[in-house]
Design a binder for this molecule. Sequence first.
Ligand SMILES: [Zn+2]
Length: 199
Amino acid sequence: MSKVKVLTVWSDNNINEEETSVLRKPCTDIPVPYDERRRQEIKTLIDAFLAMNDAAGLAAPQIGISTRIIIFRNKGFNEKSWSKSENDYDVLVNPRVTQARGELVTMAEGCLSCPEIQVEVSRFPEIKVRAHDVNGKKISKRYTDYLARVVQHEIDHLEGKLIIDHEGALYVPKQKKDFFDKILKEMNPISDDTDSRNI
Ligand SMILES: [Zn+2]
């Protein structure tokens, strides 16, 4: 399994403009049935995810593929090493949330594409999703609690939306406060609400 690079909005003290533009681009649906190229894209995402130990989920644009594919663990989120068997993760192609229920729950989230920070994000505790599976078969799934959060986070990626676009409190490392103050103002003027920052 070759290691695929995860695109990030910044690294160290620099903005990655090219990577950001890929992460910001809304993804396109995959035509069903899948052709060979699409099958390869799905496989590339699965392989990339299975090569990681620290990710709860991964969306195709995070590895530079602008199509609507996500993958995520469906159990054992706290385990550093997990079995990585087919039963332990879900792959959704062209996912759409068809129902969202319950009162929004707010919790700090991290993202491999926004390293070093966490943002409080409000998500629904229960969702229903329609999608296609790895073989192109139509599926309908229900997710609750933390798993519902992970799925909403990954689907956000397919719209080009990142945790920094949410308006919740932002947690950044103290020694890099100035850097994040500057770049998050440039990138996300709408949520430039200094009162809600919790640094
Ligand atoms: Zn993410």
